[in-house]
Ligand binder design. Sequence first.
Ligand SMILES: Nc1ncnc2c1ncn2[C@@H]1O[C@H](COP(=O)(O)OP(=O)(O)OP(=O)(O)O)[C@@H](O)[C@H]1O
Ligand SMILES: [Mg+2]
Length: 301
Amino acid sequence: MSETTQTPDESMDRPLETTSGETDEQVREAWLDYQFDGETKVAVEDLDVHYGDDHALKGVSMEIPEKSVTALIGPSGCGKSTFLRCLNRMNDRVSSARIDGSVRVDGKEIYQDGINLVELRKRVGMVFQSPNPFPKSIRDNVSYGPRKHGDLETGLLARLLGRDDEAAEEQLVERCLRDAALYDEVKDRLDDNALGLSGGQQQRLCIARALATDPDVLLMDEPASALDPIATSKIEDLIDDLAEEYTVVVVTHNMQQAARISDQTAVFLTGGELVEYDATETIFEDPESQRVEDYITGKFG
Ligand SMILES: Nc1ncnc2c1ncn2[C@@H]1O[C@H](COP(=O)(O)OP(=O)(O)OP(=O)(O)O)[C@@H](O)[C@H]1O
Ligand SMILES: [Mg+2]
């Protein structure tokens, strides 16, 4: 590791209490014991991110199990989006960002030379906070990725033996829109401009678009924060369904939402530290760390 690595002792620059009166180090040892159902899909080890001199993430290690929902919570500026963007190397686009440490997807290091970033981002798809459909038809939004990468002719067509391009596209668009719980609302207007959809529909369209490249992992950065309660609840139901097939990692500011939708929850606190990571029920009902309890009960953050 580089000189940026901190021992837990060095990072203890403030008095720390825990729910049980133990040291933060003992707490860490306790929760580091977590075990989840399912194989590890994404393994993060000693991840450090700097933006120039700003140390945004400090020595974060966590294992994300497949086919489940992992929530990332914590106050503004604690590094949730930074962490999420590390998982498909979106931070590579930020010129001031320096990333140290290891991220493995299916056991394969993504921070090594020769990684195909287009392939990586197809497998580890992303949905952003504000829906950002292209100013194209609903159909074209969904088929954009596979068309651009030629997958309509190759991967998909191989599976859809004997079909022509248009039929393959039709089938892909319907499957992804169904998976994103949008199909019934738009099936009669697939050629209309996507910008004519409501915010909640646009967000589900962006999820359909992400699904079209056949990802294994879906990263979502506050996917429902701009939506009304009904649209939000649709997205929550959708996330629940998606987790049967995909590994979903979702950032949310809404604690009830994290508690409702996730299987495990990672709590980041100011300074870019992962303070606790465990089964969602444990985090919300019986966290090890006093700081996490204070955050969850609204005493700080
Ligand atoms: N592109 C960037 N360039 C420089 N600094 C950045 C950049 N992106 C994030 N940062 C800094 O890194 C830290 C973590 O930011 P990040 O966006 O990851 O936080 P967050 O937890 O997602 O916050 P929020 O809940 O407000 O979205 C902050 O101090 C932020 O200012
Ligand atoms: Mg953010």
